[in-house]
Write a protein that binds this ligand. Structure first.
Ligand code: SF4
Length: 790
């Protein structure tokens, strides 16, 4: 609706939410990427059609993909977002790119993007693929008009443009002008090319029109565009008339008779200017002369030319009345070192006893010396740097005094050399570099926002086990993900993404085990079970394929087969462990048991709507905290003893991860089983069940040493512990969760990744958090003395 009118119908709200019916570049880009932005238009449209048709229908897969964005879906573990999350190296950036968001694009958004694309296609198709250059130019200009190109550029200026927007607006205008000129230049060059090679009498007017009229023959649109592109790149823009007080750049041959107070001669290196006589043994001067007669011209190294170079050098050097600057680069583009020209020494000898001063100059301006600043920009940099150096330890002898710098900066600000926004940014950087976590490192300090946070994370808020773990990994990431609800843009990928693979494997295992609830599998026909599992896998993959048509059918086929092999291995492993624990009668009994209203159709009927409640005593009485979650699988023994499992794609978390709050799911599941879901059952432990593993798939978790007969896990692995330790770790975890809640309410969302760069590996917020390990470590070293909560 127009500005000021609320979205008073669900349709209007949805349209606004997904940017439908309007030019919303972000929403459109999301849809393009989701369908696959690297596809050809026809393929894109076909795939988009399939997605639009299938997305709303395929209920089961729809739920797996969490398409319903208005409700909170089940979160995948951070580590499960990538198959190789645990093994990928910290600096491996590719892994991140393969991620896709947990939420999918709404079918209506895809439909709208398809309409926009079709509109573009239709317009683009009106431009002839071949024609005379003038006709092609007209067609292209018309196309640009249809896309309101000119209007888009002019609009900001029409609406009373602000000072800071002016340069951009003018630049846009200049670009439009440059494009027009490029069209004209391209037509001219094509016309000239058309006349070359024709007999003189056929060449008509100066514009190259042949005598018979009609202009140059038709050319391909691609050729014309290529020429326009070339003309654009060879254009140079002239801004205003030459400044008499400015620099004059002249060639050595042009300086004769002129005089300047200062002359700069650049590029004084051996082999550069001035070229010095050197004997070329392969092609000496005489040989070159002979080759020239046969039409092969090599570089002229005749003594006369070299003498001329020398002459030009001395002539240029003598144009200076006060100062002469001779410069050379120390390194060339390929990093090879240069040798100073022989003529510098020659000059040194010639002017003796006067001295030539030699000063190495860095590429950027250091700002050490105010007097060396030659532009207002350099002066500003020098002032800011000098002021900054006053704040730090170190040598200050070269610096101007603090009050003087302050006064100069005030003057610079008054005269507009240093903008207010630059000073503001300096303040922010200074604050960031301090010893405290401040508002620019994730601390919320605004009282209104703090009140909102307190309200949001009040007693009614239902936390999720995975959300709390995100906070334990990095509070700032939690802020981006859960408070601001930012999401990365998803891009359709050629292969099955880890996040989808994880969901699909979970679903296949759930369907398979549900058919054999509380049945000892090792008593059934092994081959029959293998076939059954493969059939279920095929069904689930088919459903997925309908909803997410593969970009590449062959890769998808291979992906499916690889996943089926994995599942087969899981089944064989499962048969073995059931055999080993058959004495205790342990069988898989519950699958995807939810608590706390996790929205998911694929949940066990024994799921519980109520959330887990943790209770603590505070100054003002008892306080409860609600947590939701979903347990992948619970096995039950003949004597009702339970073991909880959390499926993992590659590896589980360590006890350290749990105690530090990085991986809270398993301890929370144990609490939920004990207090909420199956309160009368004793618990043997909880562990990770690795889908892609070898023989030791269940070595991590929290297993009671006294109840190993239920799991069959070796007593020597680290996750096996005494009952005391088992209870202690779980208590520590609960204390940690309360700690997290207090910090959330207090607005502590510091850029403080729990495991430094390792935590940041696959994070989508790296571009905004500006994490710098050394800066943050310094803050963490002095938390208490400065009263910092961190
Ligand atoms: S990149 Fe690292 S510090 Fe930044 S938000 Fe992500 S995990 Fe936190």
């Amino acid at each position: 609706p127009p500005e000021g009118r609320p979205y008073n119908t669900p349709d209007a709200w949805l349209k606004n939410r997904y940017g439908i019916g309007v030019w919303n570049a972000d929403a459109l880009e999301n849809a393009f990427a989701y369908v696959g932005s690297k596809q050809r238009v026809n393929e894109w449209l076909t795939r988009a059609q399939t997605l639009i048709k299938e997305l709303p229908d395929a209920e089961a897969t729809r739920d797996l993909l969490n398409i319903e964005t208005s409700e909170q879906g089940r979160d995948p573990d951070v580590a499960d977002l990538l198959e190789n999350a645990e093994t990928a190296k910290v600096e491996e950036k590719d892994a991140e790119r393969k991620r896709r968001p947990s939420r999918d694009v709404h079918p209506a958004a895809i439909a709208w993007a398809a309409l926009v694309i079709q509109f573009f296609v239709e317009r683009l198709q009106t431009v002839p693929r071949e024609g005379r250059p003038t006709h092609l130019r007209l067609a292209l200009m018309k196309l640009l008009e249809q896309f309101s190109f000119r209007d888009q550029i002019a609009r900001p200026i029409r609406n009373s443009i602000e000072d800071r927007e002016l340069p951009q607006a003018i630049l846009n205008y200049n670009s439009l002008e440059a494009l027009r000129r490029a069209f004209v230049a391209a037509i001219e060059s094509i016309e000239i090319a058309a006349t070359i090679g024709r007999p003189e009498k056929e060449r008509g007017s100066p514009s190259g029109q042949p005598a018979g009229g009609g202009g140059p023959a038709a050319i391909k649109l691609a050729t014309f565009l290529e020429e326009v592109r070339r003309c654009l790149s060879s254009q140079s823009q002239v801004f205003g008339a030459a400044d008499r007080g400015g620099l004059r750049v002249l060639e050595a041959t042009d300086v004769r008779g002129l005089r300047f107070r200062a002359v700069f001669i650049a590029g004084l290196v051996e082999g550069g200017f001035p070229l010095r006589a050197s004997r070329d043994w392969i092609y000496p001067h005489e040989e070159r002369e002979r080759l020239k007669r046969y039409g092969l011209t090599l570089e002229d190294i005749s003594p006369a030319t070299l003498l001329k170079e020398e002459h030009y050098f001395y002539q240029s050097a003598c144009r200076a009345t006060e100062r002469l600057y001779l410069s050379r680069p120390l390194l060339l583009e390929d990093d090879s070192e240069t040798v100073a020209s022989y003529y510098i020494d020659e000059l040194r000898r010639a002017v003796a006893p006067l001295k030539i001063e030699s000063v190495p100059i860095r590429r950027d301006y250091e700002g050490n010396n105010l007097d060396s600043a030659s532009t207002t920009n350099e002066l500003s940099v020098a002032l800011v740097r000098q002021q900054e150096r006053h704040f730090h330890r170190g040598e200050k002898r070269e610096l101007q005094s603090g009050p003087r710098i302050k006064r100069l900066l005030a003057l610079a600000r008054n005269d507009g050399f240093v903008s207010n926004s630059a000073l503001r940014r300096i303040e922010i950087e200074r604050e960031r570099a301090s010893y405290l976590f401040g508002p620019y490192d994730g601390e919320i300090t605004d009282p209104n926002l703090l009140a909102l946070l307190k309200q949001r994370f009040g007693s009614d808020f239902v936390h999720s086990a995975s959300g709390l773990s995100v906070y334990g990994n990095c509070a700032y990431r939690f802020f981006g993900l859960r408070v601001l609800k930012l999401e990365p843009r998803g891009e359709a990928a050629l292969d099955l993404q880890a996040i989808d693979a994880g969901k699909l494997l979970h679903d296949i295992l759930r369907r398979f085990f549900e058919q054999h609830r509380r049945q000892p599998l090792n008593e059934l026909d092994r081959e029959q079970l293998r076939k059954e599992l493969a059939d279920i896998a095929d069904r689930v993959f088919d459903e997925h394929e309908r909803v997410v048509p593969p970009l590449n059918k062959q890769i998808w086929k291979i992906d499916r087969e690889i996943r089926k092999i994995l599942l087969d291995q899981v089944l064989l492993y499962e048969l073995e462990i059931q055999h080993n624990s058959s004495a205790a009668g342990v069988v898989p009994a519950y699958f995807e048991v939810g608590f706390g209203g996790i929205k998911s159709a694929v949940r066990d009927p024994h799921s519980i709507q109520d959330p887990l409640e943790l209770v603590r005593t505070t100054f003002v009485g008892k306080e409860a905290m609600k947590i939701s979650g979903q347990i992948d699988r619970v096995d039950v023994a003949a004597d009702n003893t339970l073991i909880a499992y959390d499926y993992k794609l590659s590896t589980g978390s360590s006890t350290d991860d749990m105690r530090s709050g990085r991986s809270l799911q398993l301890p929370i599941y144990l609490e939920a089983l004990e207090k909420l879901i199956l309160p009368d059952h004793p618990i043997a432990g909880g562990g990770y069940y690795v889908i892609r593993g070898g023989n030791e798939r269940r070595n991590k978790g929290l297993h009671r040493a006294q109840a190993l007969e239920y799991s069959g896990i070796k007593a020597t692995v680290n996750s096996v512990m005494s009952d005391d330790d088992w209870h202690r770790i779980r208590e520590e975890v609960v204390a940690k969760i309360w700690d997290f809640l207090d910090h959330m309410r207090a607005g502590h969302f510091g850029v403080n990744p729990s495991e430094k760069d390792k935590t940041c590996r696959f994070c989508d917020f790296a571009a905004v958090c500006r994490y710098d390990r050394y800066r943050i470590d310094r803050k963490k070293q002095r938390p208490i003395e400065l009263g910092n909560a961190w």
